[in-house]
Design a protein around this ligand. Structure first.
Ligand code: ATP
Ligand code: ZN
Length: 562
């Protein structure tokens, strides 16, 4: 049997009245929510609505009610979410609200379970389908609506093998099925925002938090010259103490797992590096080992420097383990819960931590972006971002966008219920225009100014990108392969108009997992011309004598350049 969350496993019947569909009554929508619901359902044909609502504004409530209306017509709803395992609350809300069969589709299903789920979706007996990105391919007998929740989330892009973006496919699918598509987020991707501003998507806002919750207050903590303890300034520690003594919970965000991002020789400065990647090994303490986060290579912690044999090796910088250790010694009577990929890898580990958080007792959470997802922790009143600068000076042009989204999403965990929330951002750049715009004017103002910059620089979403990547076991091969393809096209063929290409050049991390990597970037003003060039490239690859010596891929609309 597929993983089914039906309340009563009874034979399926078309439920058309609210009594048989609903298990609990819906909330009374506020004006903005009601307008969003009305616009989504009218017309019932294909149109895309971008619902931009601040965190905690009741976006989920809007689409629960839209699903109710769809179910009453005997139709099915498909909801894409970034992660199911991380936020079991989402599923519980569906189970609490609806009586009809709800089906969860995620990577944890066996082939058999997936097949069963697909069959039930195809014959119409599964009425609500919730899944991660691959759920967009689920066949449906009678589709009524598609919803992409947290549409900005990078996990909707499949980065390996058959590359696709589930949000883009959702647009295609909704168009083909001629049904409404809802994209919801507090921090729209610049792609969706651009489509909305250009009038291709309808754009509605929820500007207020729902119920009695208020917007959290932001404050910068200038950490220049401050003595940090495992990444925390004295003023931050003071704030943590205050919140805990008011019997509330504190959430600390640091997007770096492990104890310390590098181990440095204090005598000669040599750093412990991965032999297979152009990257440093991360020091972990529990269990103690060195770990490459790029290729997964693991080694014991060295006792001596490989360069000068000194024994004075020191961790440099803080990861979540180190901050956890410091918090435990600062607050010995308060539970400190570390939430990252390492601490949650054991079965039920995350579940148990979530249970503890939901008791509402004072505690400190320290964790990575896992904490920035759609959690609803009513007792959290303080959110601290330890390194708001991470990503500000990234080589990737999406660095700013990703940083802004992460900061606002994690900040959105503060003050979601009656208690008001405070957000502290530790930074070395309190005057940085992006951080300032984000905090004083909000995401939309930030995003609009970012769009102006992108347009000026000819970057997506204004121009389209395709990245041709290649990797090989010998240095130079991948680059030679890409070079010969470019040469062949430039020598014999005329380039489709409006395309511009650069490279091949070494990838930002040239060596990874023992392979040498190179890439070529194509920028095109019009998709059809870009695709014409990609077809030429595919043809050249097929006839290239080096094609069996390299692994290559074409990534249309890449979301990172690694
Ligand atoms: N109209 C309403 N009246 C009262 N409470 C509401 C209303 N709409 C939503 N809520 C409550 O407000 C809280 C936040 O709502 P919801 O989870 O739908 O917001 P969201 O915008 O999806 O949040 P996020 O994007 O931050 O995850 C929930 O506890 C929900 O029950
Ligand atoms: Zn490595």
């Amino acid at each position: 049997m597929a993983e089914s969350f039906a309340s009563h496993p009874r034979p399926y019947q078309v439920a058309t009245d609210s009594e048989t569909i609903l298990k609990e009554a819906p909330l009374t929508l506020n004006e903005e929510q009601a307008l969003a619901l009305y616009s989504l359902l009218n017309p019932s044909q294909f149109h895309t609505l971008l619902l931009e609502g601040v965190t905690g504004s009741g976006k989920t409530e809007v689409y629960l009610q839209a699903i109710e209306a769809i179910l009453k017509e005997g139709k099915q709803a498909l909801i894409l979410v970034p992660e199911i395992g991380l936020t079991p609350q989402t599923l519980s809300r569906f189970k609490a609200r609806f009586q009809v069969p709800v089906m969860a589709l995620h990577s944890g299903l066996t082939d058999r379970q997936r097949l069963d789920a697909w069959l039930m979706a195809r014959d119409g007996s599964a009425r609500i389908l919730i899944g991660t990105r691959s759920a967009i391919f689920t066949p449906m007998k009678n589709p009524g609506i598609i919803i992409v929740d947290e549409e900005h989330d990078p996990s909707f892009k499949q980065q390996e093998g058959f590359r696709y973006h589930a949000r883009d496919l959702a647009v295609l699918r909704a168009k083909k099925e001629d049904i409404p598509l809802l994209l919801t987020t507090a921090t729209p991707s610049l792609e969706s925002l651009h489509n909305a501003l250009d009038g291709r998507y309808q754009h509605l806002h929820l500007r207020q938090r729902a119920g009695n919750a208020s917007t959290p207050k932001f404050k910068f903590l200038d950490i220049r010259g401050e003595a940090l303890q495992a990444g925390m300034a004295p003023e931050l520690i003071h704030h943590i103490r205050q919140h805990l003594s008011a019997q509330t919970q504190v959430l600390i965000f640091l997007n770096r797992r492990g104890f310390s991002p590098s181990l440095i020789c204090h005598d000669c400065g040599a750093v412990n590096e991965c032999t297979r990647c152009d990257a440093r090994m991360t020091l972990h303490r529990s269990p103690a080992h060195m770990h490459c986060h790029h290729c997964d290579r693991q080694t014991p912690i060295p006792k001596r420097c490989h360069h000068c044999h000194s024994e004075d090796l020191r961790p440099s910088g803080a990861g979540t383990e180190r901050t956890e250790e410091q918090l435990k010694s600062l607050f010995p009577t308060i539970p400190v819960l570390r939430i990252d990929r390492d601490s949650t890898s054991r079965k039920h580990a995350l579940e148990n931590m979530m249970k503890q958080i939901h008791t509402g007792e004072p505690c400190i959470m320290i964790g990575t972006q896992m904490l920035a997802k759609g959690h609803h922790f009513p007792k959290v009143t303080l959110v601290a971002v330890l390194d708001a600068d991470a990503g500000l000076f990234s080589a990737d042009f999406r660095g700013m966008e990703k940083t802004a989204q992460l900061i606002l999403q994690v900040a959105g965990r503060a003050g979601r219920a009656e208690l008001s929330g405070e957000v502290l951002l530790q930074t070395h750049h309190p005057d940085h225009p992006m951080l300032a715009a984000l905090v004083t004017q909000g995401y939309e103002a930030f995003a609009k100014s970012e769009l102006v910059l992108r347009q000026g620089a000819g970057l997506p979403p204004f121009h389209h990108h395709a990245l041709i990547r290649a990797e090989a076991s010998r240095q130079g091969w991948a680059e030679a392969f890409l070079r010969s393809i470019r040469d062949a096209i430039e020598t014999h063929l005329s380039l489709p108009q409006g395309n511009h290409w650069s490279g091949p050049f070494p990838s930002p991390m040239e060596k990874r997992a023992g392979l040498f990597r190179s890439q070529m970037l194509i920028q095109g003003r019009e998709r059809r011309h870009l695709h014409a060039l990609l077809r030429m490239i595919m043809h050249e690859v097929e006839h290239n004598p080096m094609k069996n010596k390299v692994r290559w891929s074409i990534d249309v609309d890449p979301i990172d350049s690694y």
